[in-house]
Write a protein that binds this ligand. Structure first.
Ligand SMILES: [Zn+2]
Length: 333
């Protein structure tokens, strides 16, 4: 089969490799679409510690089951599935507490030790594959993974109906969070986005107001929940100051590992501010799938660029260029 292979950091080739064969508890998926996100850039550049090279990248994907190991009970050939890429050992202290996303040996398909979906086929544990209805456009299935990260983020804030929200960043994740929140029942959703070209879609999909800085968005007493979906330190520092008394700040964006932000410890004490983090997916994949099928996310608006396997470098370039929203690789192109 044809596959994108990262042989070592920054060494990428598109070549023929052996088709995957399923182990007893695995299925082989013929890939329909695979999204690109910031994690792929870290894998490409050798910045993600658990990555074992060579590796086929790609962890946000969907496709059709074309083969199954003899122990597989939950799926059959012909099923259309989205795949939760999370891999964990199930036996460490965090796993035994149910925190599988914090596993001491956590990694993911296409990210850590297992080949991913920027290929014609990929073998995955059957337990990680979730069946989708066949009457939705197939490319949409690759949005379940990022959506399940957003669902986990909302789990972490333990919000209430009619809370007010301020979101930093109107990229793919900011807009997914915004659409989810709108569906869940918010009194107000405001968005800060430095790129005015993104304002119109943010308004259409999720936001009551969008502005380049939060100074233009007045909300008496601050917002109940402030979410950073940028990972950028000035946005994080600004957002921490906009949380209402008793409110919550969600650190959703991925900051650089060595980044430092300043905040007022007195305010966190005096105003009882909660600062919470959210990493990847936890018990949220199936719920994300249900919401996607229900139409909570405007999938058509979210997928803005698609490339064939041969054009993987162009897909990376398009992602880094920051234009549009979700960039996908589609082996059939
Ligand atoms: Zn573990």
């Amino acid at each position: 089969m044809k596959a994108v292979v990262i042989d070592s950091p920054n060494e990428l080739t598109i070549k023929k490799i052996a088709d995957p064969t399923p182990k007893a508890d695995e299925v082989v998926v013929k890939v329909d679409a695979c999204g690109i996100c910031g994690t792929d850039i870290h894998v490409l550049r050798g910045e993600f510690e658990p990555t074992r090279y060579p590796i086929v990248p790609g962890h946000e994907f969907c496709g059709e089951v074309v083969g199954a190991g003899r122990g597989v009970r939950n799926l059959k050939t012909g099923d259309f599935v989205a795949v939760d890429p999370s891999l964990f050992d199930g036996s460490c202290r965090q796993c035994r507490a149910g925190h599988f996303n914090l596993c001491e040996n956590w990694n993911a398909i296409g990210v850590g030790s297992a080949n991913g979906a920027c290929a014609e086929f990929v073998a995955v544990p059957a337990a990680n594959a979730f069946r989708l209805p066949t009457d939705i456009p197939r490319d949409w299935g690759a949005l379940v993974e990022p959506l399940s990260c957003a669902v986990h983020g909302l789990d972490m804030i333990e919000g209430r109906v009619a809370d007010s929200y301020l979101i930093y960043g109107a990229g793919t994740m900011g807009l997914m969070l915004g659409q989810l929140i709108r569906h869940a029942g918010a009194s107000q959703i405001d968005v800060v986005e430095r790129n005015p070209a993104r304002h119109e879609l943010a308004k259409k999909l999720a936001a009551d107001s969008v502005a380049v800085t939060a100074d233009e968005l007045r909300h008496q007493g601050g917002w109940d929940v402030v979410i950073d979906a940028t990972g950028v330190v000035p946005a994080i520092e600004d957002g921490l100051q906009r949380v209402a008394r008793g409110g919550t700040f969600l650190m959703f964006g991925v900051a650089n590992a060595d980044a430092k932000a300043t905040f007022s410890p007195f305010r966190v004490y005096n105003d009882e501010i909660k600062i919470v983090g959210s990493m990847a997916v936890l018990h949220s994949f199936e719920r994300a799938l249900a919401l996607l099928v229900r139409g909570v996310i405007d999938c058509k608006a979210m997928i803005t660029q698609q490339f064939g396997l041969d054009d993987y470098p162009k897909a990376i370039e398009a992602f880094l260029g920051g234009k549009g929203l979700k960039t996908q690789v589609k082996p059939a192109l």
